[in-house]
Design a protein around this ligand. Structure first.
Ligand code: NAI
Ligand code: MG
Length: 361
């Protein structure tokens, strides 16, 4: 058997510990079926790390992550830390982690689950066949450009700058093409090339990279048009690649197409195989400690871990298949159930996924 995979296990705050327990359970069960063992190293992060170690991202946690093959994160934050000064804010840990690990590609898949069509705000026929992935650039663009406010005779003047280098664009676009190769072979590059210089660079680099992937089709959409097409004809998209701020907005739009926030996984990747896997949702302080949170977003994040860090699509598909079967069987946590009496606990849903995995090899 191969060397154990090292997992930095960072439950975080709120519902984080409840959902990551289920994620770890499914990870181990998948490992048993597909020939993996794990060394799971716990680390403090976010508010709980502030309480204990006065630092949202303690050095020990960062070291763990740098030595790991993959990071499994719950969520950070909550009302007890809302009034903390900037250096003691839980979310500072997330930005620090992404930067320190140079995780420049954020992936969010949007898929449809059986029987949940009614929980979307879109008509079932528009949603038919929806299965796409937003690849968002995470470490450049306007969030990281020069920013300042100055006094002028006309009052205060505030400036933000949107900067991208060829190298930054190329690595994220390349990642999108690689992903499209093992999906349906289509990349939609989203920009605002009619007005932005950085978008014209983006488009030029995308065209150049595309020549190296003749098996993948490339088209371009302006971001305003993309926002519209995503709700008009979402089934037409395969891989959407875009810069940081456009990706922030489009990935939230994509997220609500198919229903509950408790179902949506994400992966953040760099150049190597190491990745950070976490649900899209936050720490849900309103339901923390009750054992009712939906663990599926975290479980599907574990599927992404197998796909993108361990390059094992079969194991990833097994988890996704098991989740699909569990949802199709009518199993629901509170956020998806039609009545409270039908709702299962976090742990019960995790157990059902483990049970359903037995069907997959
Ligand atoms: P949230 O995503 O935590 O919760 C929004 C709503 O969705 C709540 O009603 C919550 O109960 C529900 N919800 C979320 N996840 C669920 C799940 N797995 N199962 C069932 N219901 C679920 O967003 P909110 O309330 O804006 O933020 C709460 C805290 O989380 C804040 O401190 C915020 O800063 C933090 N946060 C952390 C993130 C992260 O760690 N990546 C991302 C977003 C927010
Ligand atoms: Mg956002």
């Amino acid at each position: 058997m191969a060397a154990p995979k090292r997992i930095a296990f960072l439950p975080g705050d709120g519902i984080g510990p409840e959902i990551t327990d289920e994620g770890a359970k499914v990870m181990k069960a998948t490992g048993e079926r597909f020939g993996y063992t794990f060394q799971i190293d716990f680390g403090w992060i976010g508010g709980s790390a502030i309480d204990r170690l006065k630092n949202p991202l303690p050095e020990e946690t960062l070291t763990l992550c740098k030595q790991a093959d993959a990071v499994l994160l719950g969520a950070v934050g909550g009302p007890s830390w809302d009034r903390n000064p900037p250096e003691l804010r839980p979310e500072k840990a997330l930005l620090g982690l992404r930067k320190e690990l140079d995780l420049f590609a954020n992936l969010r898949p949007t898929t449809l689950f059986p029987g949940l069509e009614e929980s979307s705000t879109l008509k079932a026929e528009v949603l038919q066949g929806v299965d796409f992935l937003v690849v968002r650039e995470l470490t450049g663009g306007i969030y990281f450009g020069e920013k300042f406010t100055e006094e002028t005779p006309a009052g205060e003047r505030a400036t933000d700058t949107l900067v991208y280098t060829e190298v930054e664009v190329e690595r994220i676009v390349r990642r999108a093409f690689e992903i499209a190769q093992v999906r349906r072979g289509k990349v939609t590059s989203v920009d605002k090339a009619n007005v932005l210089e950085s978008s014209r660079l983006w488009r030029k680099v995308a065209e150049r990279v595309a020549k190296e992937y003749p098996d993948v089709e490339l088209d371009h959409l302006l971001v305003d048009n993309c926002a519209m097409q995503m709700i008009r004809r979402p089934a037409d998209f395969d891989v959407i690649v875009t810069e940081n701020m456009f990706g922030d907005i489009l990935s939230d739009e994509a997220a609500i197409l198919t229903g509950s926030i408790g179902l949506l996984p994400s992966a953040s990747l760099g150049e190597g195989h190491r990745g950070l896997y976490e649900p899209v949702h936050g720490s849900a302080p309103d339901i923390a400690g009750q054992g009712v949170a939906n663990p599926i977003a975290t479980i599907l994040s574990v599927a992404l871990m197998f796909r993108y860090s361990f390059h094992d699509d079969a194991a990833a598909k097994a988890i996704e298949g098991a989740v699909n079967d569990v949802i199709a069987s009518g199993a629901r946590t509170m956020d998806m159930a039609s009545t409270e009496s039908l709702a299962l606990s976090t742990e019960e849903v995790g157990d059902k996924v483990v049970e359903a995995l037995k069907k997959y090899q």
